[in-house]
Design a protein around this ligand. Sequence first.
Ligand SMILES: C[S@@+](CC[C@H](N)C(=O)[O-])C[C@H]1O[C@@H](n2cnc3c(N)ncnc32)[C@H](O)[C@@H]1O
Length: 512
Amino acid sequence: MMQNWTDGYLADIDYTYGYNGEMNPQRLALAFAQAGVVMPNVGTACELGFGQGLSTNIHAAASTVSWYGTDFNPAQASFARELAQSAGHQAQLFDQSFKEFCSRDDLPEFDFIALHGIWSWVSAENRTILVDFFRRKLKVGGVLYISYNTLPGWSAFAPIRQLMTEHALSMGSSGAGVVERINGALDFVDRVFSVDPLHLRVNPTANDRLTIVKNQNRHYLAHEYFNADWHPMYFSELAQLLNSAKLDFASSANLLDLVDAINLSEPQQKLLSSIPDLQLRQTVRDFVVNQQFRRDYWVKGLRRLSGLEQLEAFRSLKLVLTTRREDVKLQSATALGRINLHEPIYAPVLDVLADNRPHGFEEIEQKVASRGVTTAQLRDAVVVLAGIGALEVAGKDADHPHTRKACAGLNARLFDKARSSSEINFVASPVIAGGIALARFHQMFVQSLQRGHKKPEEWAQETWRVLAAQGQTLVKDGKSLASADENLAELTEMAKSFAEKLLPVLKALQIA
Ligand SMILES: C[S@@+](CC[C@H](N)C(=O)[O-])C[C@H]1O[C@@H](n2cnc3c(N)ncnc32)[C@H](O)[C@@H]1O
């Protein structure tokens, strides 16, 4: 169904319920400390194209930042508003197009503007509107978070995406529905590949990517590949556009990118540090790591911290371990392959953080010093731990009555949704001013606990009642569990393990 408000954007299939920690203003503090850049206090923030609105809702509930946002898909905006109402926070959420929203004359200036998964998928006209909005509405010193598909990482697969969309447009009957059209396009590419095309021989990796694509969620694929617009860009192309809005590149928002030693070989580091021009250096870096997707922070008027100020920026941070200490895998997948993180540095840091409570950087610094960890090593270690999803910056508003109440209200609504769907896998924590991944059954166990059931056996029974009422069963080792007893036994085992392992972490994060 073609709808006239969509601007070529694919709107007849709902977007997934993603959460992006890069849009947590609290997270900026760590990235900016590591990059050695002055960061603003964030009081007002805006998300453009918020999808289902999970990130904005979580950030608005878990902090006192005043959020605005828009997404022109009315079903998604309606869901986002429903969450806002459950949380009782004051985020202003609209279903306006960028054109409408950006020309409003009643918006404040923002300390932080964020857009994830937007830039590469909208028209040139929309990109002009967005840049103009950054120019007018981002405060001096304010930060932009933007992610986009990057060249050269997409060079080999771009022609395949072209085949898929052309097939969907010309051969896929629009009455067939989006999922059918996507499946038809994927089959078509298979047929093209089967005749040994020269393009594939020259670009054999396109086949690997096609295999990944075939296994991906069709709702995600619809939005990633089947829009009218799909424009991967070189870093330097984006830089030129953003420079015109007075924005300077500050730092990658992918924290793992901020430690060269785990991403680049020594000759690569040497080559990059020999390139004085920032744009060329970033473009070469993208070439070296074959970058496909960049997530970056830009700032209106970049100022560098002195060495002392940078150290003070770290020392002003409080950090929280967001998983069980035993579950932190000292490994990271980077452009260099799978990297083992150095146990003698990381173990002392994790030992201090093991209670999942906020600890000041300085306190950690003093405690790990006696085990031979230097401040420079600690700085890199906390950035990497945050990058692998084990650590967050503690929020300043954790004890604010608003944040506790709003997170509880939002989470209660999300737990309700978990009863019938496994689509939303994030909840809000006031301690980190942001979101934490939590699987469906774990959400249901917390809900049961909050309803006064104390024992894991009771959580399992309540969860099973909800599943059975919907004719749903568990799957174990690829097989559906048929009988009630089998399902209950499996849920009970899950609930016991949850009570022992995850629940203490969720309590420390004020989620349970
Ligand atoms: C790929 S999704 C990303 C959603 C969300 N930021 C996330 O990462 O989960 C792109 C979103 O942008 C919205 N969008 C696309 N073009 C738009 C426009 N011109 N005005 C407002 N929203 C738009 C779509 O409705 C969709 O929800």
